[in-house]
Design a protein. Structure first.
Lengths: 285, 285
């Protein structure tokens, strides 16, 4: 069994984890979470989203959170779903941005109200602009295994969106099992094939723990050579357009497993375990 | 990644799962659980323990449960920790018995109040007698990775007890991560080595989900060539002599994962999911 010497864990709790919380979370509490996450040793944290507050009110303090992340000296990621969002992110000097697209047409339409093609047209301009501004760009591919509306998602569908994002210049692609329906065998096979198809591309694995097999999927992805994983402290998260989906793989559980395997994460698992209850206290789930 | 075409899941909920429940569970309820488990398609279920009722009052109806299991046409396992227990099991024609031993001296003494050597001396006679009675014999090796009292358990310690059990004639050896402290790398390495050392022996993997990595451990064990797994419906279980240990890997989660990977269990996952809530209702945890 292959165990890499080191992996990178990217914490996505403050953004992916909290964005759909129905009850507003104060900026002060978010800052407390981000500061304590920084203390755990993350080199990257996804802290904000510049989506219009009409769509995601929980993220309406994006500028404030971005400035705070900057002050902490963090390399942070922020979601920028359109040009307007990108301009806001550029204005506050966000170092890393992310765009997202569904591998399934139906999910993309329900999630961002646009066809995959229309999304890609927007992202072409957006990524060009972001690269000119010196930003690192992450491309999220959601529902890369199964879709709650279409069922099984083919490698072909995933390949198509990856191909476009890579052509546009993304620095990494994040493959998401957004509704937590993947399984270790599929994870292994899909990541192996994607890396064969796009040999220069850096892939990140993003698992949800809906069926309790997120950690098993991590083991499978490691076997396929993946060394970057998203996770969410306390397992925060869920997706409003993905019925029944639960949170991301919990950071403290992921780090605990990897460290026990002798795979370095450069994170403090004891601090993470302590922080987990605070993170859960922010969630109404 | 290696995925075998088929695996055997052995349900241990009615015995390992329920034995430590502080509130008595009626024989009628146990029978209901066993009957419904049989309906799910198991070829083997561990249903009873012939341990003295003074030590495990929850199992005091062993004869009644054994007869019921027989009537259902089940191939069932029952625990027989000493000669007296074995004679009771022989009397009601139990087809498969199990003995258990800790790989760590301290645990063995706390768990069954005997040294490993004294246990082995008893088991030599016991297994001889059981084999003469035509019984299939399982040898449980508990704390085969970590011990709550001694910490890391060495391969040497596990090998020593396996060696004796094999010499005495056991038909299979069940390697238990009794306190759920193993990790996928260790699981893979240990099972690989044990199978190298004892090439004729059939090993079973028995994981507890204390650290949420039981399913990841299953993936690791599969990679090492293991194709028999214990599990407990609803994740029932725990161990009174293993502080903080939680239940076995949940049967419904294990079967769900394996079936999704295209690995046949010959079990009905929908029935298992339905049965899971009934099983949990029997537990006071």
């Amino acid at each position: 069994m292959y165990v890499p010497k080191e992996v990178e864990i990217i914490e996505v709790g403050p953004r992916d984890g909290l964005q759909n919380e129905p009850i507003p979370i104060s900026s002060a509490k978010k800052k407390q979470l981000i500061r304590r996450l920084a203390d755990c040793g993350f080199s990257r944290i996804e802290t904000a989203s510049f989506v219009h507050p009409k769509w995601v009110p929980q993220m309406s303090d994006a500028e404030e959170i971005a400035r705070f992340s900057q002050e902490l000296g963090l390399t942070y990621l922020a979601l920028t779903p359109n040009m307007k969002a990108l301009e806001r992110a550029i204005f506050v000097h966000v170092p890393q941005i992310a765009v997202f697209i569904g591998a399934s047409e139906t999910f993309n339409r329900k999630n961002i109200n646009r066809s995959i093609n229309d999304s890609l047209t927007e992202y072409k301009r957006l990524i060009e602009r972001a690269k000119k501004a010196g930003m690192f760009v992450r491309g999220y591919v959601s529902m890369a295994f199964f879709c709650p509306y279409e069922g099984a998602v083919s490698l072909e569908q995933v390949r198509n969106v990856c191909e476009s994002l890579i052509k546009f210049g993304v620095d990494e692609i994040d493959i998401g099992d957004t509704n937590g329906q993947a399984n270790p065998r599929l994870v292994y096979e899909r990541f192996l094939k994607l890396q064969e198809l796009f040999q220069e591309t850096s892939f990140v694995a993003h698992f949800h723990d809906t069926e309790k097999m997120a950690l098993a999927n991590v083991i499978a992805a490691l076997q396929a050579g993946i060394t970057k994983f998203d996770s969410s402290i306390g397992g925060l998260g869920g997706c409003p357009f993905s019925p029944g989906a639960t949170g991301n793989v919990a950071t403290e559980e992921l780090v605990n497993m990897l460290e026990k395997m002798g795979c370095e994460t450069n994170l403090n698992v004891d601090l993470l375990k302590q922080l987990s209850s605070f993170a859960k206290s922010l969630s109404s789930r």
